[in-house]
Design a protein around this ligand. Sequence first.
Ligand SMILES: Cc1cc2nc3c(=O)[nH]c(=O)nc-3n(C[C@H](O)[C@H](O)[C@H](O)COP(=O)(O)O)c2cc1C
Length: 438
Amino acid sequence: MPYGFPFQKMQDLYDSLAGAEFQLPQPGCVDTLKKPVQGKGFTLKNPMVVQPMEGCDSDEGGAPTDWTLRRYRRFAKGGAGLIWVEAVSVLPEGRANPAQLMITEENKEAFRNMINEIHKAADESGIERPKVIAQLTHSGRWSRPVDAKMPIRAWTSPVLDPHQNLPQDWPIISDEELEEIPAMFAKSTKLLREVGFDGVDVKACHLYLMSEMLGAVDREGPNGGSYENRTRIYLKCVEAAREEIAGGILAARINLYDGQAGNWGVGENLSLNLEEPLRLVKDLEARGVTLLNITMGTPYFNPHVNRPYARGGYEQPENPVLGVARLLYGCKRAQETAPELVCVATGMSYLRQYAPEIAAGLIEQGGAKAIGWGRGSFAYPDFARDIIANSKMEPNKCCVTCGVCTKIMRQPTGRPGCPVRDTEWYHPEFLRVLGGKK
Ligand SMILES: Cc1cc2nc3c(=O)[nH]c(=O)nc-3n(C[C@H](O)[C@H](O)[C@H](O)COP(=O)(O)O)c2cc1C
């Protein structure tokens, strides 16, 4: 599929999928996006979600900086019902970059301030406060806690090891080390709840550690092989977080399908095999998870699966609309499997101004209860306000999925944002780390 966005009207998106394995939901009524969402034990003022989007702009110790606060104030003013705060590491070695957020006893007041700033921004805009939850992570094989990659792998992956140039004898995280991780999720949950976050997400997506464990079929011992073994540590992390959630929202962001990058959810010829992932959905629900964010792939290996784009590191082997349709199909299957959960769909940004009607259609057809925008939130933080006020998104404010935010992020000190739409802060950043080169 050539780069770009060759769609002049919404019907063109549908036409591009004629005969394809996955289809977009039929468009719905945008008013659906203006109604509150009732979850088990929580209400969202509307179903629109700011997806977790790392800004790589914490201080050395993991506390939010002025850059972080500015991003979240803009999201709060933007009117979405839920702000799903980006990855927050549960331990120093598991940070994906040296500027990844990490909450500790020492810096927790900075996180309290972050929540206060979010609330203040909503109050000052005269809008109801959004719910705010944070994603807890261990970056596993994508760890880069200092300015060098320090992968902590779950098993010997025949695909990702060569991709990362990892030698055969590179260590694999031991069962003893894994046993220590649930307590870290518990500790971070306690701190986040103490300072005012509405809940936490125990992350198992994008081939970070917990996600990679899910597909560790060839790992030996108690954490590899069978479904029960592969999900054991992750479910322990969820249970550990639940112990400290104190009435808050227990959430999870999970991969339903790794694509070629891993085994989870993958059938013959890279087809979707959702048997185990949907079993996990039920297992998470049984452990008290009430909010589930559905995603696929990994940005490091198969970004076309993870976030379909108009422009990226390689030419996509498929129509990006198909990638969006696959993501939405996965969410629908999860939502149908656990109708009581609030499932959040991923992949809207590529659809630009056509997203609201398609998002509404997905909800109306039972495929999700909430819809997230990722790159779109960087470019257009007030998308929800526009949808509520005008029933549409402005084409000239939409994300163009050009990949520059990710390119900035891959540079050693790059702070990703949108240099196309948020020029004041992020165009200089684009010049600083990429010399202005797309
Ligand atoms: C710069 C950048 C940072 C991201 N940070 C996170 C993150 O912290 N946690 C996460 O689960 N996903 C993260 N994602 C993935 C997004 O949440 C989302 O799944 C992806 O961009 C696809 O949604 P979209 O099409 O709306 O952008 C990130 C993506 C980008 C481009």
